[in-house]
Design a protein around this ligand. Structure first.
Ligand SMILES: C=C(OP(=O)(O)O)C(=O)O
Length: 358
């Protein structure tokens, strides 16, 4: 099976010839509060998101308490966490009892509900609620999970942070063999909101993905500040964008500080729509909005002095000056005009047309 150039998530076409699809990753930004989760869904919809995404895990199905304790303390973006990694994941988990409400709220808000499930049991639980899946970068090596999700026969997204081309290929071989409605996202898995992360986002990887998978829908799961990386990725062909979303980035919690809020999300969507317009179809022509300026800005061959009928035109009889009315001769024809005979008397400054010449 090959990857498909586009697919539908509910009524929205994603991929080739379609607008960029925006996924607001609410992730753990509900802070364990269903009402906050609902508010965030409405805010994301108002700010221009196409989907509100959650992350379905239980602490037990995603992290080993013993494993993290034996790492010798929290590191990287976890360094500031006040509780153990296991406890933070416990607090950040989405209760399966929320599923009806989250789906209903997304329906009311007019956006799509989906999630990255972190166990097969959770995939089965959430399947009746979602039209698509996300697989987070951390599971790129968990091939049985990729297979399990791909086999659900729904569109799915695989993020590729903290991985190599070999990791991507291994995962994609398994994925595409089962289900071609897949989006591969470039991603840099660093959740520190540091400006230094621009050095690592490696948007040009999208060019390599395009060579590796000529048809595949590509995207960006982004944790760099602002929307510069998003615009760059769209220019390089990304059709799905995922960013974390919250209502207030100063809140306490693992994901708030590298998230976008309503204002910055709206700004990102608006600038992306402008960029999509600006990218065009790659056909070079005088555009409709240049029809007047092409006349004003280009030069035409004109007479440098008054010249009588019957004169043989010399280079010094001619000058090239703006404007260039329709039918006038452009300067690249100078060599063809020199040596021609003028049919009638003409004044200095008049532009030449073929009909003026014998
Ligand atoms: C961790 C996730 O994604 P990413 O790897 O894109 O940050 C996720 O969606 O659960």
């Amino acid at each position: 099976m090959n990857a498909n150039p586009s697919f539908f998530i509910e009524n929205k076409k994603v991929g080739a010839d379609s607008p960029v699809y925006f996924i607001a990753d609410i992730a753990a930004n509900h802070d364990g509060d269903l009402e906050r989760a609902k508010d965030l869904i409405f805010l994301a919809a108002e700010a221009g998101a196409d989907a509100a995404k959650f992350q379905h895990f239980t602490a037990e199905t995603i992290v080993s308490d013993r494993g993290f304790r034996s790492l010798g303390g929290q590191q990287s973006h976890q360094a500031g966490w006040k509780k153990s990694v296991f406890s933070v994941y416990k607090d950040a988990s989405v209760s399966v009892e929320w599923s009806d409400t989250l789906k209903e709220t997304c329906d009311k808000a007019g956006i799509t509900f989906f999630t990255s499930p972190y166990s097969m049991e959770l995939v089965d639980h959430i399947d009746p609620y979602v039209p698509a899946y996300k697989i987070g970068s951390g599971d790129i090596t968990w091939l049985e999970m990729i297979e399990y999700i791909a086999a659900k026969n729904k569109p799915y997204i695989l993020a590729s942070g903290a991985s190599t081309f070999d990791d991507v290929q291994r995962a994609m071989n398994v994925a595409i063999a089962l289900n071609g409605n897949v989006c591969l996202m470039q991603c840099n898995t660093n959740y520190t909101a540091s400006l230094e992360n621009f050095k690592y986002i490696q948007l040009n990887v999208l060019k390599v993905y395009r060579e590796m998978y000529p048809n595949m829908v590509l995207g960006l799961s982004d944790h760099t500040p602002g929307h510069a990386s998003v615009l760059g990725s769209v220019a390089l062909g990304a059709k799905m964008i995922e960013k974390h979303f919250t209502d207030d980035i100063s809140r306490d919690g693992p994901d708030h500080k590298f998230s976008m809020d309503s204002r910055t999300w709206r700004e990102m969507v608006d600038r992306t729509r402008e960029l999509e317009n600006a990218l065009g179809n790659g056909v070079k022509k005088v555009e409709a909005n240049e029809a007047e300026t092409v006349i004003l800005q280009r030069r035409a061959i004109r007479l440098a002095t008054n010249i009588p009928a019957g004169a043989v035109l010399k280079r010094e009889d001619l000058e090239v000056l703006r404007p260039c009315p329709i039918g006038s001769l452009p300067p690249y024809l100078l060599n063809s005009v020199v040596g021609k005979v003028l049919r009638q008397d003409m004044q200095q400054g008049e532009h030449l047309k073929w009909t003026d010449l014998e």
